[in-house]
Design a binder for this molecule. Structure first.
Ligand SMILES: NC(=O)c1ccc[n+]([C@@H]2O[C@H](COP(=O)([O-])OP(=O)(O)OC[C@H]3O[C@@H](n4cnc5c(N)ncnc54)[C@H](O)[C@@H]3O)[C@@H](O)[C@H]2O)c1
Length: 344
């Protein structure tokens, strides 16, 4: 294998915070396959089906808010930090908004300071949630943020990720820290916790339980296959032209929730009707849904030539095939909670 080109002149090591999670674990596999040396900082175990060459990845169990640990792991040989650590998912925002905020803000400050001291480049994983429910789609990176009241916990994620973005730009201005912000749009695929529309529907249908559909399923999303999201992340990591830039990372195919649930049914080979629910009675006033979520991806296409290329049908086929082969995932209880009561 050829030695890969370092992401920064400071060093070849890559630190991935939250690298045992869904997107992070796929990125870690891709980095390790390129011959890079990777450290993962995550309180969770690696996924059981993680495939990396022996010795390519160091697994450090820890909290990204632990500034001493973060400084220890980000050293002069760290060229790139990909900061994925986060509490993700509506169930988490509603269960523990304080930790959602604390990890986004405290964790980002910790990695920014360590990135500055090491001279490493940082990729911050942000989200389409920062646009809130702005009715003017598609959303370009400088589109307005339209959010509900602070009494609705669902906005805690959007607000804390946007604060992490502000911190990143402020840090760059004050200290010259090199950083790029990636706003991912509805990523799905193998290993995703069964708490999101695609993963939950796959998980339920494979167990013979009907899918759930909220508010008749008219809301739209642009589902992005995880391999495309990883390719975008690697393209950003390898570019020297995107420091200080925000990039939308998403598919441009807008489909309704009802359509995606039906498409998962087709991929599984199951045509049962979904159970209809409404978010008002399921979650109460702490929740508000977003009617349409569509990215304008012309910036990342123009700068890096990246576009999502995996069709929903292909991505779902691969996701379902993976799920059928991974009993550790299909056997999971989606409502399982840890000792604090948080989702696992
Ligand atoms: N999946 C998506 O559709 C999507 C969309 C937009 C943005 N994102 C962002 O991408 C990133 C990765 O998302 P994901 O879907 O892989 O989520 P995930 O929940 O699968 O992964 C997050 C990882 O962060 C780890 N983590 C949580 N608290 C931590 C802490 N205090 N210290 C260190 N690690 C901690 C978790 O253990 C987990 O492994 C997140 O920052 C998320 O906000 C994801």
């Amino acid at each position: 294998m050829n030695t890969p080109i370092p992401f920064s002149r400071h060093g070849e090591h890559v630190l991935v915070t939250g690298g045992h999670g869904f997107i992070g674990s796929h990125l870690v596999e891709a980095l390790a396959a390129e011959g890079r040396r990777v450290t993962v900082l995550d309180p969770a175990d690696p996924p059981p089906d993680l495939v990396v060459p022996a010795g390519a990845v160091r697994h450090v169990r820890g909290d990204v808010r632990d500034t001493t640990l973060v400084r220890k792991e980000i050293t002069a040989t760290t060229g790139l930090i990909v900061h994925f650590s986060s509490l993700v998912g509506v169930d988490q925002y509603l269960y523990d908004p304080l930790d959602v905020i604390d990890i986004a803000v405290g964790g980002t400050r910790a990695v920014l300071d360590a990135a500055r001291d090491a001279g490493a480049k940082l990729l911050l994983a942000s989200t389409s949630e920062v646009y809130g429910r702005n009715p003017d789609t598609p959303w370009a990176e400088d589109s307005a943020r339209v959010l509900g009241p602070t009494t609705a916990d669902r906005w805690s994620y959007s607000t804390s990720k946007a604060t992490a973005e502000h911190m990143t730009f402020a840090h760059a201005r004050r200290y010259g820290t090199r950083a790029t912000v990636l706003r991912y749009f509805n990523v799905y695929g193998p290993r995703q916790r069964p708490a999101y529309v695609v993963s939950n529907t796959v998980h339920r249908l494979l167990r013979g339980v009907p899918a759930l559909l909220y508010d008749r399923g008219d809301q739209t999303r642009c589902f992005t296959y995880v391999r495309d999201a990883v390719e975008a992340t690697l393209a950003v990591a390898s570019s020297s032209r995107v420091d200080g830039v925000v990039l939308n990372v998403g598919s441009e195919r807008e489909i309704t929730m009802a359509e995606i649930v039906r498409a998962v049914g087709d991929a599984v080979g199951c045509r049962s009707d979904p159970v209809l629910l409404d978010t008002g009675s399921a979650f109460g006033s702490v929740y508000e849904d977003i009617p349409r979520r569509v990215p304008d991806t012309s910036r990342i296409a123009g700068l890096l030539g990246w576009r999502a290329t995996t069709s929903v049908e292909q991505g779902l086929r691969e996701t379902v095939a993976w799920a059928r082969a991974n009993e550790w995932w299909t056997g999971q209880d989606p409502d399982e909670r840890d000792e604090r009561g948080a989702a696992r």
